[in-house]
Design a protein around this ligand. Sequence first.
Ligand code: ATP
Length: 403
Amino acid sequence: LLGTYGDDCDIPIYVVGGFVRDLFLGIENFDIDLVVEGNGMEFAKYVAKQLDVKVVEHEKFLTASLFFKDGFRIDVATARTEYYDKPAELPKVDISTIKKDLYRRDFTINAMAIKLNSKEFGMLYDFFGSRKDLEEGIIRVLHKLSFVEDPTRMVRAVRFEQRFDFRIEDETLEILKETLEGGYLERVTGQRIRQELEKILQEKDPVKGIKRLSELNILNRIFPKTYFTVLMEKKLKNMFLVFKRLKNIYSKNNIFYAVLRIFLEFYDVETLKSVMQRYGLPKKFVEELKKMEKRIIPVIEMIKMRIKFSDIYKILGKPVFETAAHILAYLDDEDSKNYFFEYLERVFTVKLNLSGNVLKEKFKIKSSPEIGKIMGEIFCMKLDNPYINEMEKLKEILGGRNG
Ligand code: ATP
């Protein structure tokens, strides 16, 4: 259908990139990237009109996205050549042909196109030996300056290598190491590196990807003084095992921050500051990290000893997502994990029926700190036993005080 729209507008149109790669690998992929040899934005507008879907244009990059009602999305780009004013910066864009467009891509396996116009429908455009590399399981850059132009491709190389169990081709590996040594990764904005790292964290086996980043010395270029030790591997694995379960409890859940907690666990002040600036970490994240620094290990001990919830609460309170994840990274026996999950559920669901007003009006307690303290005490009791009678407990507390 899209091809016939191309015919209507008299412009060549191709599906490219990951979709074509996955087609040959027999993997389902619903991310459709189209490239047109002509004005991509005009084409997208035409399609949007025909199919009555929403279109969003990005004029600077000569691209547009089509949003279908069922959440399906198609990105349309104008075939382009990119040129770099300075290495490691975002490219400038010129209109071009499909071959040049494919040449600017990251790896050969991502640099194929299939034509969609009716005349040549289904025709594969493979200028750089992409299919062969795909069959042999090889990650190869298209030219020697690829990593210099865009150093985030180093992280991408690891992602695809680990996802498909491929191998980074020898020369590409050499170029990668040279570029890394040349300090190019440090020139990229933290934001762009973070984006690529987050994609690794979305992979099926993220720990494998992180391990490989460390092997290639990429990880400690991104986070100085972070080394992938056996213990770190274990902690990360423990953590990834429970993310799904944790997400059921936390609506605010940022896996990147949770992983950072493990990376930054033994950080000195200077490095923490530089990482914070580079990756735009919120102040809250750093404050929480510092606050928990000396508490994590005692809390873990308490969980392992099944100390009652009210006592754990006095040290841990209601932990944010990454703190909970950090604790779980240390727990590998199921019973301890379950005990901690039970704690989390309890602290987030237990609510007091009693209100401060009742204490004020009925029991004539005037001081707010005093009210807060009493309510806190009852909350703690309820953490240990959600079925207590709050009023009875209140009377007990007050009786105890008066007596
Ligand atoms: P995934 O299956 O993870 O979505 P993908 O190949 O679709 O993988 P995207 O990051 O969505 O990856 O990128 C889409 C396409 O755009 C890639 O196939 C590649 O051709 C090209 N591309 C993306 N990022 C870069 C980059 N940094 N340098 C060059 N080409 C890139």
